[in-house]
Design a protein around this ligand. Structure first.
Ligand SMILES: Nc1nc2c(ncn2[C@@H]2O[C@H](COP(=O)(O)OP(=O)(O)OP(=O)(O)O)[C@@H](O)[C@H]2O)c(=O)[nH]1
Ligand SMILES: [Zn+2]
Length: 183
């Protein structure tokens, strides 16, 4: 698989007019293949595996917020990175999720070919599935290199996407509290 990807990179380098045999590029197909596999490792993970049973009984029903989880993903249109941060809140319903698992869930879905809206939705659905929470809110703020390095070449625009489930959708005060806490 890795060799296969490396061979394709060799061909791409060649098609771009470079010499894949010159010293600096000799190992590049192999490195690029390895990097690309890392950036797409989310396809071979499952929610069960990354959560690893770290769901704990708790009587708290107050909002839990995990803020500023850094995020690196690749846009599925150009295969260029988008970079930003993710905020996740939920209202526990008898159980809480291990803190590190929020970052693991973000990475599992970010390390796939994505658009920001779908990434946001997949993270929210996953948190809902493992916690059975009364409500889940996810906000992602990101900058897309496909907008910066090429195309419209806008350096300062960022995109915010959100998904509100359960109480965050139905209860204005809950949503307001969340938005106030992340701003
Ligand atoms: N909604 C959304 N759009 C995205 C995301 N990532 C990239 N895009 C957009 O996907 C669109 C693809 O448009 P196309 O016209 O098919 O491709 P293109 O000619 O390369 O587009 P330009 O970027 O405008 O040069 C562009 O408008 C991108 O900005 C994302 O996460 N969400
Ligand atoms: Zn793009």
């Amino acid at each position: 698989m890795s060799d296969d990807i490396a061979e394709h990179y060799r061909q791409i380098i060649s098609a771009l007019g470079e010499d894949p045999n010159r010293e600096g590029l000799r190992d590049t197909p192999k490195r690029a293949a390895k990097a690309m596999q890392f950036l797409n490792a989310g396809y071979s993970q499952s929610l069960d595996e990354i959560v690893n049973g770290a769901v704990f009984e708790s009587q708290t029903d107050e909002m839990v917020l995990v803020k500023d989880i850094e995020l690196y993903s690749m846009c599925e249109h150009h295969l260029l990175p988008f970079i930003g941060k993710c905020h996740i809140a939920y209202l526990p319903n008898g159980k809480v999720l291990g803190l590190s698992k929020f970052a693991r869930i973000v990475d599992m879905f970010a390390r796939r070919m994505q658009i920001q809206e779908n990434l946001t939705r997949e993270i929210a659905d996953a948190v809902q599935e493992v916690t059975q929470a009364t409500g889940v809110a996810v906000v992602i703020e990101a900058r897309h290199l496909c907008m910066m390095m090429r195309g419209v070449e806008k350096q300062n625009s960022s995109m915010t996407s959100s998904v509100m489930l359960g109480s965050f959708r139905s209860n204005q005060a809950t949503r307001q509290e969340f938005l106030m806490l992340i701003n």
